[in-house]
Design a protein around this ligand. Structure first.
Ligand code: HEM
Length: 425
C-alpha cells in the first residue's frame, strides 16, 4: 500500500476537474490507498471496483457505525475531535443532537438498519415511484414554462440550469413526498448544503454546525406539526410509526427526515447537472441520443457512471483486523469506497474514459451496493428520465453559455456537482 499525501487537496473543487487521471494512478498503486490529512490522521480509500464491491457488501467486516468498531475511549475521542473549535453552547447542543445526526440509515448497522429501512422501503419501490411520473413531468414542465416566460419578458434565451431546473425539480418532488410546506422549502438549501459540505479535513467547522443546529430545530417543529395535524405524506406516516412506540424512536425519526431531505436534495440535482455537462462534452453522444431517444435510460446509467453525483461512499469502520485486495487493515481504521474511481476502473469497464450512452453491461456503483444501496435509486432514475426527456425535447438547441474552462465543480468531499451551469437555448 502506498501512502499518498493527497491530504486536504483532494477535497477542493479544482481536484475534481483533474481527478480521473489521479484515480487511474491510485488504482495502479494499489486497491487501498491511505490518505494523510494535515492533522496527521489518515483514512483509507478503496480505488478498484472489485474491492469496492467487497467493502460495501461485507457489512459484517466493515461497520457504518463507528461505535461497532472502536473502543469506548476511541469513540469518545472521535466525538471530542468534532467538538473542538465550537462555542460552549454549540458543544452542548451538539452533545444533545449527536444521536440525531448519527442514527440515520446510513450511520447504523443491522439489526437497527434492517428495522429502519423496512419503515421507509415501500414508498421508494420502483412500482410506487412510477406512480409519481405524471407529477414529476408536471413539475418539469412548470419549471421550463417559467424559464420561457422570463425569456419572453427579457429577450434573453439563457438560463442557469442548476438554479432554474436541476435543483428545484428533485427538491419539489421530495418535499411533496415528505409533506414539507411549500413556504419552508427555500430554507432547506443552506441547511442541506451544510450537511454535505462537511469534510474530514475540517471536521469542526462552527458555521456548518450552526446551520445543522438550525436544521434540527426546524425538524423538531415539523414533527410537532405533523403530530397535531397528520396528512397522507411520508413524514406523517413516520410520525405515526413513532407513536406506536417500538418501531422507531423520536431521534431515529428526526434522523430519517434529515437523511431523506439531504439525500433528496443534493444528489439528483447533480445527475441532471453533470449529465448535461457530459452531453456537452461528448456532442457525438448527444447527437445519438437526439436520433434515438429510446437510448435515454441507458444514457442516464452512463451519466451515473461517468460523472456520478456521489464521489465516494460514507466511511466504513474496520471491525477487526482484516485485509482487502491483500492489503492489511487495522481494527478501527476508517475506509471509504472511491465510487468515482471504481466506475472508471479499466478492469471492469472497457474504455472507461469514453462516454458511451449505449454501454452494456454497465454495472456501475453510482448508487452503492449491499444493504446500504441507495434507497432513492428508482426515484432518481425517474427524475433523470423526465428531466432529460423534457429538457432535450423542449430546448433542442441547449448549449453551454460559458467557456468550458469556466465550469466549476463544487467543493466538498462526498459529492460531485457543478456550482452553476449557464446555458443558452
Ligand atoms: C442520482 C441520485 C442519487 C445518487 C447517485 C445516490 C447515491 C447513493 C449512494 C452511493 C448511497 C450509498 C452510500 C454508502 O453506501 O455509503 C446512497 C444511499 C442512500 N440514498 Fe441515495 N442517491 C441518489 C438519490 C437519492 C434520493 C433521491 C434519495 C431519497 C430521497 C436517496 C436516499 C438515500 C438513502 C436513504 C440512502 C441510505 C440507504 C441505507 O443506508 O440503507 N438517494 N445513495
Amino acid at each position: 500500500m502506498m501512502e499518498q499525501d493527497l491530504g486536504a487537496a483532494m477535497f477542493g473543487s479544482e481536484f475534481k476537474a483533474r481527478a480521473f487521471p489521479v484515480y487511474a494512478s491510485m488504482r495502479q498503486s494499489g486497491p487501498v490507498v491511505r490518505v494523510a490529512l494535515p492533522s496527521g490522521e489518515s483514512f483509507c480509500l478503496v480505488t478498484r471496483y472489485a474491492e469496492c464491491l467487497e467493502l460495501l457488501k461485507e457489512h459484517e467486516r466493515f461497520a457504518n457505525d463507528p461505535a461497532n468498531a472502536l473502543s469506548e475511549e476511541e469513540y469518545a475521542a472521535l466525538f471530542q475531535q468534532v467538538a473542538e473549535g465550537l462555542t460552549p453552547e454549540q458543544q452542548e447542543f451538539l452533545a444533545q443532537t449527536d444521536e440525531i445526526l448519527s442514527r440515520n440509515l446510513l450511520a447504523v448497522d443491522p439489526p437497527d438498519h434492517s428495522r429502519l429501512r423496512r419503515l421507509v422501503a415501500i414508498p421508494f419501490t420502483p412500482k410506487y415511484i412510477e406512480g409519481l411520473r405524471a407529477r414529476v413531468q408536471e413539475i418539469a414542465n412548470d419549471l421550463l414554462d417559467a424559464v420561457e416566460a422570463r425569456s419572453a419578458k427579457t429577450g434573453s434565451r439563457e438560463m442557469e440550469l442548476i438554479d432554474d431546473f436541476a435543483y428545484p425539480l428533485p427538491l419539489t418532488v421530495i418535499a411533496e413526498m415528505l409533506g414539507i410546506p411549500a413556504g419552508d422549502r427555500d430554507r432547506f438549501r443552506e441547511w442541506s448544503a451544510a450537511a454535505v459540505s462537511f469534510t474530514p479535513a475540517d471536521p469542526a467547522n462552527p458555521e456548518i454546525t450552526a446551520k445543522l443546529i438550525e436544521f434540527i430545530a426546524y425538524l423538531r417543529g415539523l414533527v410537532a406539526e405533523k403530530r397535531a395535524d397528520p396528512g397522507d405524506d411520508l413524514l406523517s406516516g413516520l410520525v405515526l410509526a413513532e407513536a406506536e412506540g417500538d418501531k422507531l424512536s423520536e431521534n431515529e425519526l428526526l434522523s430519517m427526515m434529515f437523511l431523506l431531505i439531504v439525500a433528496g436534495h443534493e444528489t439528483t440535482v447533480n445527475l441532471i447537472g453533470n449529465g448535461t455537462l457530459a452531453l456537452f462534452d461528448f456532442p457525438d453522444q448527444r447527437a445519438r441520443l437526439d436520433e434515438y431517444p429510446g437510448l435515454l435510460k441507458s444514457a442516464i446509467e452512463e451519466m451515473l457512471r461517468y460523472y456520478g453525483p456521489v464521489e465516494m461512499s460514507l466511511a466504513r469502520w474496520v471491525r477487526a483486523e482484516t485485509e482487502l485486495g491483500g492489503e492489511p487493515l487495522r481494527r478501527g481504521e476508517r475506509i471509504m469506497a472511491l465510487l468515482a474511481s471504481a466506475n472508471h476502473d479499466e478492469a471492469q469497464f472497457s474504455e472507461p474514459e469514453t462516454f458511451d450512452i449505449s454501454r452494456d453491461p454497465n454495472r456501475h456503483l453510482a448508487f452503492g451496493t449491499g444493504i446500504h444501496a441507495c434507497l432513492g435509486a428508482a426515484l432518481a432514475r425517474l427524475e433523470g428520465q423526465v428531466a432529460f426527456a423534457t429538457l432535450l425535447s423542449r430546448l433542442p438547441n441547449l448549449a453551454l453559455a460559458i467557456p468550458r474552462d469556466d465550469v466549476q465543480w463544487r467543493d466538498g468531499t462526498f459529492l460531485r456537482g457543478l456550482t452553476r451551469l449557464p446555458v443558452a437555448y
